[in-house]
Design a protein. Structure first.
Length: 182
């Protein structure tokens, strides 16, 4: 085994702050969301544009969740061919959409800080876990050398991966922003 492979297969050291941010990102998101709602200044135009962008992010997440076999394998089909973390990429696009909908520079900065901190922590934590769980297969996948397994999108798989929760959260946020715009 080459030195790069041995280093890549070794469990990554994750700080306790990184672990905390990764584990608590949903709860932190609710707290940040409440503060963002207070500061948001949505208009019908920003709501329409922001909702379109946010739904594009959710559709990307849905596509990813419909290909993911969580905890069973390193997924390489669907959007996983494009990026290692399509769920997080979709979340970032959703965040951009919600920032547009909120029509507030302060809210946009809060969303950027929240996503930057929590998604970076989640990615580091997840990659360490996947390297530990799958050994050298995960670092090989990261370098684009993993087996190319193709599967069809499955809504049942997306539901099993609880993607409906993200959709409901997005709908709730947009409903609150719509109410505030009135």
């Amino acid at each position: 085994m080459k030195r790069d492979d041995r280093e890549a297969a070794a469990p990554a050291r994750i700080s306790s702050l990184t672990r905390l941010l990764a584990r608590r990102r949903v709860a932190l998101g609710f707290a940040a969301g409440a503060a963002a709602m207070l500061l948001a200044r949505p208009t019908p135009t920003t709501l329409a544009v922001g909702a379109a962008v946010a739904f594009a992010g959710e559709l990307f997440r849905l596509w990813a969740a419909g290909h993911l076999e969580k905890g069973r394998e390193v997924t390489v089909s669907g959007p996983y061919r494009l990026t290692r973390h399509p769920l997080y990429a979709g979340s970032a696009v959703m965040g951009i959409g919600l920032a547009i909908a909120a029509a507030s520079v302060i809210v946009a900065a809060m969303i950027a800080a929240y996503l930057g901190l929590t998604l970076a922590a989640a990615i580091r934590s997840e990659e360490a876990h996947l390297t530990e769980k799958f050994g050298a297969a995960y670092p090989a996948y990261r370098r684009g050398l993993g087996p190319q397994v193709s599967r069809r999108f499955s809504m049942r798989r997306a539901l099993r991966n609880r993607e409906h929760r993200a959709m409901l959260g997005l709908l709730a946020a947009l409903a609150l922003l719509s109410w505030k715009a009135l």
